[in-house]
Structure formats: C-alpha cells, structure tokens
Design a protein around this ligand. Structure first.
Ligand code: NDP
Length: 318
C-alpha cells in the first residue's frame, strides 16, 4: 500500500483563492488588513519563516510591517512596542516570532498582545475561547491541520486520534480542535509510556514532537492518516542515508545541499499509512495560509466589535 499524499501546497492555494474575494470585499469597504511582524535578532530559521509570512501578505495584497528589535532588547522595550502596535488602527494582526532571546519574558510579551489582534492564537483569552469551543483566533498550525483533514475528506467524528506533543502552540490546541471535531483524542508527551502502542491503536496520528523521523512504520496501523507537523533539519550524512535509504532522489538532494528537512515521521511510513502529509510541503504551507486567514478574520472581528461598541454607546444617540 502506498499512502495518499496530502499536498499542503495545493490546499494552501485553494485557501488563498477563497481569501481573495474576502480581501476584495474588505477593500471595497476601505479596509486593507495589515499584519505587523516582530522579529528579534538574527535566528536564521525565524528569518526564513517571517520572510515567508511577509511574502504571503504581499501576494494577497495585505499590508505588512516588519519590526526588528536587536537581540539585546529588553522585556520593557518589547512591551512598549506591543503597546504601540495594539494602539494602531491600521494594524489588525500582531505576530511575535518565537523564540525570543532568553532575557525577554516571552509569556509577558505574548500576553500583552491585544487578544483581538492575536493572529497566532497564543493569548490566554483566545486559548480559553478555544477550550470552550467558541469563536476566536486559533493557533495557525493546528488550524491548518484541521483544514487539511476537512478538505481531504478525512473523517474525525468518533475516530481514535493521537496527538504526539503537548506544546501550547501545537499539541494542546490541536487536541482541543480534534476533540471539538468529535475525535476521541489521546495526548502524548515525553513521559508517556508505550507511545508506539498508543499510536498503533489510532486511526489518526498527529506528530508534533520535534523528533526526527521518530514515527516509523511499526507505529502505524495500516490505512491510518498521519499528519506530520515536525520540521527538523538534518545535516548528518549517516542519518540521511538511513532515513532516505528508499528515497535515492532525496538522498542525492541531501548530498548536494548538505542538509534536508525531515518531519517527525519516517518517510517509510507512507508504505503503511492510508494518507500522509509530506515534509516539506505538508503542514508548513498551511501554517502561513491560516495566518493570512486569521489576519483577515481579525480585521473583520475588530471592526465588528468597534461598530457594536459605537452602536451601544450613548454618543450614538440610542
Ligand atoms: P515543543 O518542543 O514546544 O514541544 C514538543 C512536544 O513534544 C512536547 O510536548 C514534548 O513533551 C513532546 N516530546 C518531545 N520528545 C518526545 C518524545 N521522545 N516522546 C514523546 N513526546 C515527546 O515543540 P513545538 O510544539 O513547538 O513543535 C513541534 C514540532 O513541530 C517541531 O519540529 C517544530 O519545528 C514543528 N512545527 C512546525 C510548524 C509548521 O508550520 N509545520 C509550526 C510549529 C512547529 P514534554 O511536554 O513532556 O516535554
């Protein structure tokens, strides 16, 4: 059996095609949604991610701003920047690229973002709304996984699902979204016993541990859906030879480049799974697509809130 490959780039393009008329409609109302990205220091991976996010804004015609505080920035300076962005009416979404340098209190900074501009869905208010199952801004990567499942016709209702990883930005919101979609969810982490057995009992596996190619074919029930969130860069030729043993083309690419991106799922898993996301080209493109979607949603929600507040205020004549 060879798994159906769930093409994240194709799904991303579908989503962009649906966002375009929404952006045009907002444009007719004089609104051009805007995203402010904050990138601290010079982490190469973060620079690549932020560049892709800004490029996506430009492609869709959204406004974007890039703020680049120095590596030595203090928590107070970051809080000041966030307060300025919170106040700006032209900024609909605020994205603080993680990780932040050690001297910055990341939690305080993320909690300072106005929840209505929190397009990453990291603010406790938005997390709380997600727990309750209400409307709000939800973390982009788990939201993207749900889009892959929905648009690929993969059922979740009543399905035994496992989420490998319990981070605030991927594992936890992922588990909550699946639970709200009526899956029966098991959440695993570094202290879980019998990880492999739990995975093998599941019809849906979401791997988000940051552990290179850890999920091997033995972990997978025949025909299960496997969503690989992990993004790991490998540079060791011996590791590459082992992982790409059945993929000579990828091994050749590795040799030319000296590195390769590998997920948490071993590429051989495609021999057992019913459907699988590749790395790269699976979940990654969806994360950015959902950031665009959240920015547009934030632009709409904030104006709806403002209109509601005006209508309810005594100054409106009511
Ligand atoms: P974190 O490091 O914050 O969390 C990793 C989670 O995996 C933790 O809950 C940890 O458990 C668990 N874990 C780690 N090792 C094991 C193990 N051996 N067995 C079982 N559980 C384990 O990572 P993130 O959630 O931020 O990211 C996860 C992966 O997803 C990374 O590879 C990251 O690069 C990728 N990612 C991809 C995105 C995309 O757009 N495709 C976006 C965001 C992330 P514990 O809590 O016990 O420590």
């Amino acid at each position: 059996m060879t798994a159906r490959i769930l093409d994240g780039n194709a799904i991303r393009n579908q989503i962009y095609a649906e966002l375009e008329p929404q952006i045009a409609e907002l444009g007719r109302a004089g609104i051009r949604p805007g995203l402010a990205a904050v990138l601290v220091g010079h982490n190469p991976a973060s620079e690549v991610y932020v560049k892709s996010k800004i490029a996506a804004c430009e492609k869709l015609g959204l406004r974007s701003w890039l703020f680049t505080p120095a590596e030595s920035v203090s928590t107070a300076e970051m809080l000041q920047l966030i307060a300025d962005l919170n106040r700006r009416d032209d900024v609909d979404g605020i994205l603080v690229q993680l990780p932040l340098p050690r001297q910055v209190d990341a939690r305080r900074v993320l909690e300072a973002v106005d929840p209505s501009k929190d397009v990453d869905g990291f603010h406790p208010i938005n997390l709380g709304r997600l727990v309750r199952g209400g409307a709000g801004l939800v973390a982009c990567t788990p939201l993207g996984v749900m889009e892959i499942l929905r648009r690929s016709g993969i059922a979740t209702e009543g399905v035994p699902a496992v989420v490998l990883g319990r981070s605030d930005i991927v594992g936890k919101p992922m588990a909550l979204l699946l639970m709200h979609a009526n899956a029966t969810v098991t959440i695993c982490h570094s202290k879980t016993r019998d990880l492999q057995q739990i995975a093998r009992r599941s019809d849906l596996i979401i791997a988000a541990m940051g552990r290179t190619a850890m999920v091997t074919p033995e972990w997978i029930r025949t025909g299960a859906t496997v969503i690989d969130v992990g993004i790991n860069r490998i540079t060791d030729p011996a590791e590459a030879s082992q992982i790409f043993a059945k993929f000579p083309q990828r091994l050749e690419q590795f040799k030319q480049k000296g590195s390769a991106l590998v997920g948490d799922v071993h590429p051989d898993a495609a021999e057992i799974a019913g459907a699988i996301t590749p790395v790269p080209g699976g979940v990654g493109p969806l994360t950015i697509a959902m950031l665009m979607s959240n920015t547009i949603k934030a632009a709409r929600l904030r104006r709806a809130q403002a209109a509601g507040a005006t209508a309810a205020s005594p100054a409106s004549g009511r």
